[in-house]
Design a binder for this molecule. Structure first.
Ligand code: MN3
Length: 200
């Protein structure tokens, strides 16, 4: 069974009032994300990996020097789907319930979390990702290069922001900090992070 690109969880123009143009998704979802899916299918066709779950492919190919291309494409398929779900029209604000309590406990305050997340996203040199993760019961912020992700590291991802240049160039040109600020203020999907925290 071939790997498939899930549909965007919102209309392609739904984030226009919140700082991300439809054109961004025409390229980022329609071309970049799709290319990772197409490449993964080409690279795994006829191999034993073709019938594995995407998560299994990521875990088994990580750090395997004969499967670097497979890892990069599989992880980028997963990362982008996770990223679309980390966004919602009119998101932002603050989390509630258990997640809010854990953020206060593990970061000191919500403002401190925002500062750490923004800093990780801004300082990831070159291409990569910023994440809120649950690392064995403790919430942490990490940044990862290129396609690497918490799943490969054996950690649970709650939320992510793509900081590859292609993620913000149409809307923000070279201004990565403005893209990060807009994500936290207008787009972050705390419902998705809450669902992920509750998962086993
Ligand atoms: Mn991307």
């Amino acid at each position: 069974m071939a790997f498939v690109q899930p549909p965007l969880p919102f209309d392609i123009n739904a984030l226009e009032p919140y700082g991300m143009k439809a054109e961004t998704f025409e390229y980022h979802y329609g071309k970049h994300h799709k290319a990772y899916v197409d490449n993964l299918n080409k690279l795994t066709e006829g191999t034993e990996l073709a019938d594995k779950s995407l998560e299994e492919v990521i875990k088994t190919s990580f750090k395997d020097s004969s499967k670097v291309g497979i890892f990069n494409n599989a992880a980028q398929v997963w990362n982008h789907t996770f990223f679309w779900n980390s966004l919602k029209p009119g998101g932002g604000g603050t989390p509630t319930g258990d997640l809010a309590a854990k953020i206060d406990k593990d970061f000191g305050s919500f403002d401190k979390f925002k500062e750490e997340f923004s800093n990780a996203a801004a300082t990831q040199f070159g291409s990569g990702w910023s994440w809120l993760i649950d690392d064995g019961g403790t919430l942490k912020v990490i940044k990862t290069p290129n396609a690497e992700n918490p799943l490969a590291y054996g950690q649970k991802a709650l939320l992510t922001l793509d900081v590859w240049e292609h993620a913000y160039y149409i809307d923000y040109r070279n201004a990565r900090p403005a893209f990060i600020k807009n994500f936290l203020e207008n787009l972050v999907n705390w419902d998705f992070a809450t669902e992920n925290l509750a998962k086993a």
